[in-house]
Design a protein. Structure first.
Length: 321
């Protein structure tokens, strides 16, 4: 059985915060942020808007694009997020209830690669016959958990959501490979605290996002390349056969390094980190939707997804569209 993406929808809050807005209260400049990250602006959820709200908006957008029937038969909802509305209940249950789906629901926490992991789980659930269709959402209200006085992290993140219905597709289409990886020895490099006051290694668990940017950068450059090559090989393809590249949008320099190492042409990668910043689990679905809307992806194209983040974790997959 071939399993792929049947429908897609996204949402980003309308409120825009530019680099110049940060200049007003932080010791930073538009020039620094742009040259180090490629980010020019990001979207900010308002004070009443949480991850479940963003997720629901993305699913509404999916329904607007594909019709009410797109949710018919969905029997599992996975919300990949690092910023759930609460530790429990699962944000996915709130989404299930909003759309009155006859479905199971759970959240998935795997750092920024969460949506990549969710796609793998959705694939497995459908392929094994456990589920018929899975609604795999990536949604984040990251600007609620950053320290606005920390210039090395505050400027990086934004809010948004993306939702895909994963189900059976015609033979020859759909997912061709998945690579999932983790290296928990890097847990301390990117963390946000809650119940356990200390990380492994007896380090204090930070109350707002903590990141060792340099270490994460080095890890990202290495793993984006390695995971991509592994996913391409597992799919029985070569890099030359990849027609479009949808990477996690964390930093334009990281994306450019991955594209170059894979030998992919500039026009075959989607970059929107300049407009959204890092929306974590939402970044790949938003990028995929924009690339589709722009007519960049054609019937039968092999698409490469790759993502990295807190854990440290990574995920890559190849999908034939
Ligand atoms: N404005 C001005 N100066 C700044 C800013 C800022 N916004 N942020 C940091 N600096 C300063 C630092 O304080 C440092 O100053 P110092 O030398 O006096 O100490 C200097 O700039 C250089 O800092 P570096 O950290 O070395 O800068 P670098 O070139 O590495 O860029 C960055 C930092 C952009 C964070 C980069 O390391 C990076 O992108 N790392 C990867 C981050 C990432 O992708 N995270 C997402 C993970 S996904 C997830 O799961 C959430």
């Amino acid at each position: 059985m071939s399993v792929g993406i049947l429908a897609l929808g996204t949402y980003a809050p309308p409120k825009v915060m530019t680099n110049h807005d940060f200049e007003k209260f932080l010791d930073t400049t538009d020039e620094w942020i742009t040259s180090r990250t490629g980010i020019k602006e990001r979207r900010i959820a308002d004070e009443h808007e949480f991850t479940s709200d963003l997720a629901i908006r993305a699913v509404e957008n999916l329904v607007a694009r594909y019709g009410e029937g797109a949710l018919e038969g969905v029997d599992l909802v996975i919300v990949a997020t690092n910023t759930p509305d609460a530790l429990f209940p699962a944000t996915a249950a709130l989404v299930q209830d909003h759309f009155k789906l006859n479905a199971g629901a759970y959240d998935l926490l795997a750092g920024c690669p969460g949506w990549g992991y969710a796609l793998a789980q959705a694939y497995g659930m459908v392929h094994s016959g456990v589920c018929k269709k899975v609604l795999a959402v990536g949604a984040e209200a990251l600007t609620k958990i950053i320290n606005w006085q920390d210039r090395s992290t505050a400027v990086l993140f934004g809010d948004g959501a993306g939702a895909a219905v994963v189900g059976q597709v015609p033979e020859g289409y759909g997912f061709k490979s998945f690579v999932l990886g983790a290296d928990g020895s890097g847990a301390k490099e990117l963390a946000l605290g809650c119940l356990n006051p200390r990380l492994p290694g007896d380090l204090p668990m930070p109350k707002t996002v903590y990141m060792n940017g340099r270490e994460v950068f080095k890890f990202a450059v290495r793993v984006m390349n390695e995971a991509s090559l592994e996913a391409i090989q597992k799919a029985g393809l070569t890099p030359e056969q990849i027609k479009f590249f949808v990477p996690h949008q964390a930093n334009a320099r990281i994306i450019e390094s991955a594209r170059e190492r894979l030998g992919l042409p500039v026009g075959q990668v989607w970059v929107n980190v300049d407009r959204y910043g890092n929306t974590s689990t939402a970044s790949m679905p938003i990028a995929l939707q924009e690339a589709l809307d722009a007519g960049q992806i054609h019937d039968g194209d092999h698409i490469l997804f790759v993502t990295f983040g807190a854990g440290l974790t990574w995920a890559a997959s190849v999908l034939t569209w």
